[in-house]
Design a binder for this molecule. Structure first.
Ligand code: DC
Length: 240
């Protein structure tokens, strides 16, 4: 891996558009690092909730970034996770997906100081090697020179069904109406914020995932990735 050229693939899109699952599979197939940028916004949100910091208190949230150690690494437990997330050494991989975090994360992510505070870490990891980065603004702001930019989308109904099923797997019961409402609110926050709003980069390949299988979408992205010079070169050298 150290000898291979660097590349980064941005996979952006709204909540439950399939980004995380698709990105994990693409990373696996391309033997690349998976770095889910949403995980660090979620981790910061969990810290804020735990410490009673208001989602509207920009200054205190920015301070938390300086004093708390958030890290994302390869999965260490075989419980369907695709990466580990730690806050000061504590495994929070699943708790950052709780509905309470869903509810507050967009408000917290909209602050300029929060986005600025988390940008450097994202860029550092994004340029560290061969990286697949799911998020909201990876193609537009975090890694605007990404080798390939994908925008994944799906209808609100399909996305709500997916999120409900995901939560049900963890024994969290929530009605479809509630999920849909929470998702609409989050979409509005994420795409309505002044800074780095959620939107496809001009040069992104837009993929509508409604009714398509994960395998199918992954195959399309892996195919597009063969056009990235670092990957094309490698394929050429292994074929010869
Ligand atoms: O992808 P996700 O649902 O785990 O993301 C959680 C929240 O984090 C999302 O609602 C907005 C924020 N986020 C962001 O603002 N920018 C990113 N690149 C990734 C996530």
């Amino acid at each position: 891996m150290e000898n291979r050229d660097r590349f980064v693939i941005a996979i952006d899109g709204p909540a439950a558009s399939g980004k995380s699952t698709v990105a994990a599979e693409v990373a696996d197939q391309l033997d690349a690092l998976l770095f889910d940028t949403g995980a660090i916004y979620r981790a910061l949100t969990l810290v804020a909730l735990g410490r009673g910091v208001s989602p509207d208190d920009e200054a205190q949230l920015a301070e938390l970034i300086d004093i708390v150690d958030i890290s994302v690494s390869s999965p260490s437990v075989a419980d369907r996770r695709t990466y580990d997330v730690y806050i000061d050494g504590e495994d929070v991989t699943w708790t950052i997906r709780d509905p309470a975090v869903d509810k507050a994360v967009s408000r917290i992510s909209a602050h300029e100081k929060v986005r600025q505070g988390l940008l450097e870490l994202q860029r550092k990891i994004g340029s560290s090697g061969q990286v697949i980065m799911p998020g909201r603004d990876v193609g537009t702001v975090v890694m605007p020179d990404a080798d390939l930019k994908i925008w994944l989308d799906a209808s609100i109904d399909e996305r709500a069904r997916r999120r409900q099923a995901e939560l049900a797997q963890r024994d969290i019961v929530i009605t479809l109406d509630e999920v849909r409402k929470e998702m609409r609110e989050r979409d509005n926050y994420d795409s309505g914020r002044a800074l780095a709003p959620m939107e496809p980069a001009e040069d992104a390949v837009v993929i509508d995932t409604d009714g398509r299988s994960i395998e199918d979408i992954v195959a399309q992205i892996v195919q597009l990735a063969t056009l990235i010079p670092a990957i094309a070169d490698e394929e050429g050298s292994t074929a010869s």
